[in-house]
Design a binder for this molecule. Structure first.
Ligand code: 5GP
Ligand code: ZN
Length: 103
């Protein structure tokens, strides 16, 4: 948990955000500023700043499996996934997340 991290606060339930999918390792919620009809964020419960800081191989497996489980649950068969890493690449929230985008 990082005190000034918006995603840590969401995970902590501070904004009553609805989780589309969740398990022991990840939560999935809607992006506040959707760039597609369906725009979800798959977020690890632990605070990892970006892919550059990720050391836990199992966590990336859990994130990708959560992408699969979430899209399966919602009946979405075609979608894009995106990870922005670093400010210059467009990362705005420095808590690792995978975007799911579907029209
Ligand atoms: P990034 O640019 O870091 O890859 O993506 C961050 C995403 O988080 C953006 O698409 C932005 O709209 C979304 N976002 C930022 N703050 C919030 C928030 O408070 N709640 C939700 N649900 N999404 C957020
Ligand atoms: Zn965080």
């Amino acid at each position: 948990m990082s005190n000034d991290c918006i995603f840590c606060k969401i995970i902590n339930g501070e904004f009553n955000t609805e989780f589309v999918y969740e398990n022991e390792y990840v939560v999935v919620f809607k992006d506040i500023n959707p760039k597609a009809k369906t725009h979800l964020l798959v977020v690890p419960r632990v605070h990892v700043e970006s892919l550059n800081e990720l050391e836990d191989k199992n966590l990336m497996s859990e994130l990708l499996m959560a992408v699969k489980e979430t899209t399966k649950k919602l009946g979405i068969k075609s979608y894009k996934t995106l990870i922005n890493t670093g400010k210059e690449a467009g990362q705005e929230v420095f808590h690792l997340h995978i975007h799911i985008l579907a029209d």
